[in-house]
Write a protein that binds this ligand. Structure first.
Ligand SMILES: Nc1ncnc2c1ncn2[C@@H]1O[C@H](COP(=O)(O)OP(=O)(O)O)[C@@H](O)[C@H]1O
Ligand SMILES: [Mg+2]
Length: 257
């Protein structure tokens, strides 16, 4: 997949699609503070944002909070203009795909069945007896073909390489046609080539399909190469929000402070 590196996708309206205002999560006795401790940030439609920070900074917690998997005690989250609440959680989850750390796939199931798991939330009672509708299966296969996995559709997931598995996880997140994709460490554990393939897949989705992406990354070089902007968290707060140019310096400042 060849993508031009780095032109910004079109976003003439600069519409905000993720907004966190004074976000505070549950208190942690261990940390003696809320895990997310007053987060303010915004992401605009079509952006590719790298979410960075040392281990334990709160990156996964922030992504989880955006789909209602981390209880919030203060502040608010607005997704595509809708405040997140118990009433709006289902529609919001259909708009936001999540790529969990480690992929979260079921190794013994086939690739296509793993992808269809992304549709489980939509399953009607009759489908539990007769399986997924044909059109879902077709859509899953098309997605896998687009992600370069045509030959692997019916293979078991455990038979695939790490990079291929991560692309299956991407297909599973995409089967709901989300407008936002959250990716928690999509390249961790992958070799350089597989990391690059996964990042290019994400960049293509961002560039060609206009999907807004927030990815937790550890490699500052990868962040600089693929992301338009970086948000750095430390101790549950945003400590940097801006260009990817001087990330190394920012990290050195954080570590030495
Ligand atoms: N469900 C939870 N209960 C208690 N503590 C948690 C929970 N989830 C995360 N934490 C703690 O919150 C902090 C941030 O975790 P996390 O968001 O996973 O960090 P990161 O992804 O940046 O490494 C860590 O200290 C972690 O131990
Ligand atoms: Mg994490």
């Amino acid at each position: 997949m060849n993508i031009p590196s780095f032109q910004y996708p079109q976003n003439p309206t600069k519409e905000t699609v993720i907004e966190c205002l004074g976000l505070e999560s549950v208190y942690s006795q261990n940390l003696q503070r809320p895990i997310l401790n007053g987060i303010d940030c915004r992401v605009q439609r079509g952006e590719f944002v790298a979410l960075l920070g040392l281990n334990g900074a709160g990156k996964s917690s922030l992504l989880r909070s955006l789909i209602g998997l981390m209880p919030i005690t203060r502040g608010k989250i607005v997704i595509n203009g809708t405040p997140l609440s118990s009433h709006t959680l289902s529609p919001i989850r259909r708009q936001v795909g999540m790529l969990f750390q480690g992929g979260g796939l079921i190794p013994q199931l086939s690739v296509i069945d793993n992808v269809l798991c992304g549709k489980l939330g939509n399953l009607k009672p009759q489908h539990t007896l007769f399986g997924f509708p044909k059109q879902d299966r077709r859509q899953g296969i098309e997605l896998l073909e687009r992600l370069g996995l045509r030959e692997h559709v019916y293979q078991k997931v455990y038979q695939l390489s790490g990079g291929q598995q991560q692309r299956v996880a991407i297909a599973r997140a995409l089967i709901q046609s989300p407008s936002i994709l959250l990716a928690d460490e999509p390249t961790t554990g992958l070799d350089v080539v597989a990391s690059q393939q996964v990042m290019e897949t994400l960049a293509t989705l961002n560039y060609d399909k206009g999907i807004t992406i927030v990815a937790v990354l550890h490699d500052l070089g990868i962040a600089r190469q693929y992301a338009h902007r970086a948000i750095i968290l430390d101790a549950g707060k945003v400590v940097y929000d801006g260009e990817c140019d001087q990330l190394q310096d920012k990290f050195m400042q954080m570590v030495t402070n």
